[in-house]
Ligand binder design. Structure first.
Ligand code: ZN
Ligand code: FE
Length: 253
């Protein structure tokens, strides 16, 4: 029997999330923005850090790497294709890299567009998507175009529907307001936003969400929705064109 996986959400900076992922004797932190909250979360749980995983190079996901590595000797794992931009990297991984965290195989998916090296780690049904797929949103296209991001999101959409999505920021509520503006008739979205608003009113995180729920409610996974297409006046355009327009509208929302 493999050891169970436990996850602790670690709020960092103003709206970032790092995550502790503990299984057996190993404990990884995903995207440590800064060392202090990670240290405090480790102390609270009595866990010893062994790995640092980075989904992409941005400072709000890697800012804690060097200090935490120095303090704990943890191994830094990140995208091989972006090794030059990952502070302290020890092990570069790419799609198909076969490695394990404790008893659990880790699946690496290359999902470029927010950054060209962006990856998602999937561990025991938990997907750490960084700034590629957000709950009710998607990352900005800093190093890729709409077609590249759509391909990356389509890759994530092939994971099982019960996959839990743990993303890099608490953006769900503002993402949801945008989502409702272009798909106001989506009942699943309305119900989800009622829940999100209640969670945020008492300061609770809105992660994780299942991929299945994202498919029903996240406009960036729904460029083929008839209602969204009608809202945008793009009934007959191709999927990438609609996706691109959704991204543009969100940039200006
Ligand atoms: Zn980022
Ligand atoms: Fe970020």
């Amino acid at each position: 029997m493999p050891s169970p996986v436990e996850i602790e959400i670690v709020p960092c900076l103003s709206d970032n999330y790092a995550y502790l992922v503990k299984t057996g004797d190993v404990c990884a932190v995903v995207d440590p923005s800064e060392p202090e909250p990670v240290r405090a979360a480790l102390a609270k749980r009595g866990w010893t850090l062994t790995h640092i995983l980075n989904t992409h190079h941005h400072l709000d996901h890697t800012g804690g790497n060097l200090t935490l590595k120095e303090e704990t000797g943890a191994v830094v794992v990140g995208p091989a294709k972006d090794a030059a931009r990952i502070p302290g990297i020890d092990s570069g991984v790419e799609e198909g890299s076969d490695w394990s965290l404790g008893d659990h195989k880790v699946q690496v998916l290359e999902v470029p567009a927010h950054t060209r090296g962006a990856i998602t780690f999937v561990i025991d049904g938990h997907a750490f998507t960084g700034d590629t797929l957000f709950t009710l949103g998607c990352g900005r296209l800093f190093e890729g175009d709409a077609a590249m991001m759509w391909a990356s999101l389509s890759k994530l959409m092939k994971l099982p529907d019960d996959t839990k999505i743990w993303c890099g920021h608490e953006y769900t509520q503002s993402n949801g307001r945008f989502a409702l503006s272009i798909e106001p008739g989506n009942q699943a979205l309305k119900a989800r936003m009622d829940e999100v608003n209640a969670q945020r009113a008492v300061g609770k995180p809105t992660v994780p969400a299942t991929l299945g729920l994202e498919k029903q409610t996240n406009p960036f996974l729904r460029p083929d929705s008839a209602e969204i297409r009608k809202s945008l006046g793009m009934e007959n355009q191709d999927t990438v064109a609609v996706f691109h327009e959704i991204r543009e509208r969100k940039n200006n929302f």
